[in-house]
Design a protein around this ligand. Structure first.
Ligand SMILES: NC(=O)c1ccc[n+]([C@@H]2O[C@H](COP(=O)([O-])OP(=O)(O)OC[C@H]3O[C@@H](n4cnc5c(N)ncnc54)[C@H](O)[C@@H]3O)[C@@H](O)[C@H]2O)c1
Length: 260
């Protein structure tokens, strides 16, 4: 066997990867680690991702900071134009941008429900569609990776978050459906479903009250949340040629949360 066989199989050298919502949290770490695996990175964010770009460039990688709200078709189309101008191709998309709110069916307005669905589900749909158009035109065997959540399988407690849970269940099934639609173009679509991950979304006191954090604590079978770094192995695998036969699948990375 060739000595560098595995290195080549998992390498992203020569590939261009877009990560949405990569200004902080999981997206920032995914962007950094895809760059470490050899990819040139593009980021869509609503207010810039200067810190992430710095992180990548300091390590010798390439990163392109594009202002684009993933729910806005025109901004997404423009964003992809910039990627093509600079890099000339797109091979990997990580649909990471997402939001959550904790309100039950009676507290939340229909507008809030729509807002959550719009970003978590429709935004991923728009970005996947525009990426697929380019991949098809350029005959690129692309990999689209959607960030879902274990909340696509369960209803988290004690907080109420029906919109988030519904949006993530939607992402898991949209992933399968898009994989079926795009298979003959040589484009793969997969998702990952993390459990709780220590990021602003799940530990920032502006978003999660200390009482809620305390209520979650005994529910973690591995006695802690995941670190964002613990997701990137799966993302790199899905982005690389090593996962050629993985298509329309969801990888649950929840530290046993849904098993107990
Ligand atoms: N943190 C967790 O416990 C957890 C668990 C499972 C899944 N996830 C998912 O992982 C992804 C990242 O979450 P995170 O924890 O890093 O959250 P985060 O809030 O730290 O980061 C989300 C990023 O998405 C950006 N964003 C939101 N709407 C956008 C839009 N319309 N266009 C472009 N960017 C937008 C935000 O500005 C932010 O930078 C989300 O899809 C989330 O649902 C998170």
């Amino acid at each position: 066997m060739k000595e560098n066989y595995l290195e080549e199989l998992f390498s992203l050298k020569g590939k261009v990867a877009l990560v949405t919502g990569a200004g902080r949290g999981i997206g920032q770490v995914i962007a950094r680690d895809l760059a470490r695996a050899g990819a040139d990175i593009a980021i869509f964010s609503r207010s810039g991702a200067a810190d992430t770009v710095k992180l990548i460039e300091e390590e010798g990688g390439k990163a392109l900071d594009i202002i684009a709200d993933c729910t806005k078709e025109d901004q997404v189309t423009e964003g992809f134009k910039k990627i093509l101008e600079v890099y000339g191709r797109i091979d990997v998309v990580v649909n990471n941008a997402g939001v959550c709110y904790h309100k039950d069916i009676f507290e939340a307005s229909v507008e809030e429900f729509r807002w959550c669905l719009d970003i978590n589900l429709t935004g991923e749909y728009i970005v996947a569609r525009e990426a697929a158009r380019i991949m098809i035109e350029k005959k690129i065997a692309g990999s689209i990776i959607n960030i879902a959540s274990m909340s696509g399988y369960i209803a988290n407690v004690p907080q109420r978050q029906v919109a988030y849970n519904a949006s993530k269940a939607g992402v898991i099934h949209m992933t399968k459906s898009l994989a079926v639609e795009l298979v003959d173009y040589n484009i793969r679509v997969n998702s990952i479903s993390p459990g709780y991950v220590a990021t602003p979304m799940s530990v920032d006191p502006d978003f999660v009250e200390p009482e809620l954090l305390a209520a979650w604590e005994p529910l973690f079978p591995m006695h802690r949340m995941a670190k964002p770094e613990e997701l990137t192995g799966a993302i790199i695998w899905l982005a690389s040629d090593a996962s050629h036969y993985a298509n329309g699948t969801d990888i649950l990375i929840d530290g046993l949360y849904t098993a107990v």
